[in-house]
Design a protein around this ligand. Structure first.
Ligand code: R7I
Ligand code: MG
Ligand code: MG
Length: 349
């Protein structure tokens, strides 16, 4: 489809759910042989399975809250979104939430709370979380707002409800920007795609708060920019081992060690590779490759798949995979609603 087509919206939201559901199998595993990944993915084609047997985790649970809030409020409303996070957590606390964020979600359910950003600020001795929990649910912001300035602003604020450290919320900004560019067809020119992300993040990371957090946490001056430069270096190489990707970019629970990694997975899988089945399209390759990195596989696959899904569109997603994943059908319906909201706002309505 063309830029911002319905197919791209559906691809992004449905693939994100698939990445989460399928990736859950290997979350936290140190080494994941490609053989095990392919075995797991092959089992999804088994006719006897299906009907949502793979459950989604916190990644999708929170993304669904973001989607519902954006749709119901026809824009960003921090109190409504915070309330939905808290309600969702208390209804299904067993979705595999990060151990720190649970405290925030409990505080957010208090009716006396006046500042919904305060519980997030109290995390980790007042520095706030740098986990990838803000980034894992950032894709819907790119599907609700056509203007990149809005995408950046609301992805940041939406993440700050749980992640007040710039190394957490700027990961959400980067993820949302990657989905935004992919929706426009920017992955047709991968070199330009990564350059545009670097240019955007140069500006995002130039403020005082980001510089301060980077200094305290002993990271590079502009940590996400530095990682995106590493992504570009790896892209230019003809052969890259999984070990190198993990050591250069990471596969962990910090936004800094997972969002650039997810972006690399998408870029690396634009072409076919020998280690992956020939019948796999780009979307399947991206998910398979993300899982083979091990570590925070549900989240890295979820983020990579959102970016890839926006590029390849819904037609690239195997029906059998959709049938196996809880929440995939809902995502498809919501993508259509977001597509309408997006095009309403781009007409200035
Ligand atoms: O970021 P968050 O929502 O976790 C998301 C991850 C995804 O992989 C999900 O799939 C799920 O499995 O969890 O939750 P947080 O609790 O805010 O952060 C996750 C973890 O990162 C924390 O439990 C800490 O181990 C670590 N962490 C920190 N450690 C020290 N200092 C995050 N911020 C800090 C910090 O400032
Ligand atoms: Mg999860
Ligand atoms: Mg995870």
């Amino acid at each position: 489809g063309g830029p911002a087509s319905l197919s791209r919206f559906r691809g992004a939201l449905v693939a994100a759910v698939l990445g989460d559901c399928v990736g859950g199998e290997f979350e936290g595993a140190e080494e994941v042989p490609m053989e095990s990944v392919l075995q797991h993915l092959n089992s999804l084609d088994d006719e006897t399975k299906g009907n949502g047997i793979l459950e989604y985790s916190d990644d999708t649970a929170m993304a669904r809250c973001v989607v519902q809030s954006l749709l119901t409020r026809a824009g960003f409303d921090e109190r409504d979104m915070a309330h939905r996070f808290a309600k969702e957590y208390s209804a299904s606390p067993g979705r595999g939430y990060g151990s720190g964020v649970i405290q925030v979600l409990k505080k957010l359910s208090s009716p006396q709370l006046s500042d919904v950003y305060q519980p997030a600020r109290d995390q980790f001795n007042g520095r706030g979380s740098f986990g990838n929990g803000g980034a894992m649910r950032a894709a819907p912001f790119a599907l609700a707002f056509p203007d990149p300035a809005d995408v950046k602003r609301f992805a940041r604020l939406g993440a700050m409800l749980t992640h007040s450290c710039s190394l957490g919320y700027n990961g959400a900004v980067l993820q949302a920007l990657a989905v935004h560019l992919s929706l426009q067809g920017a992955l047709d020119l991968p070199q330009q795609f990564i350059s545009r992300l670097i240019t955007e993040m140069e500006e995002v990371e130039s403020n005082e708060a980001a510089r301060n957090d980077a200094r305290i946490l002993k990271e590079a001056e502009k940590p996400f920019c530095e990682r995106l430069h590493r992504v570009r270096d790896l892209m230019d190489r003809s052969k890259v081992s999984i070990e190198e990707v993990i050591s250069e970019l990471g596969n962990g629970i910090a936004a800094l060690h997972s969002v650039p990694t997810a972006i690399f997975c998408v870029l690396h899988c634009l072409q076919p590779w020998e280690c992956l089945p020939e019948n796999y399209g780009g979307l399947e390759r991206t998910i398979a490759y993300s899982l083979a990195l091990g570590g925070d596989t549900d989240t890295i696959a979820c983020m990579a798949a959102a970016i890839a899904g926006a590029h390849y569109g819904i037609e690239a997603i195997p029906q059998s995979w959709i049938r196996c994943c809880e929440g995939a059908e809902d995502a498809d319906i919501n993508a259509e609603r977001l597509h309408m909201l997006y095009h309403q706002s781009s007409q200035g309505g």
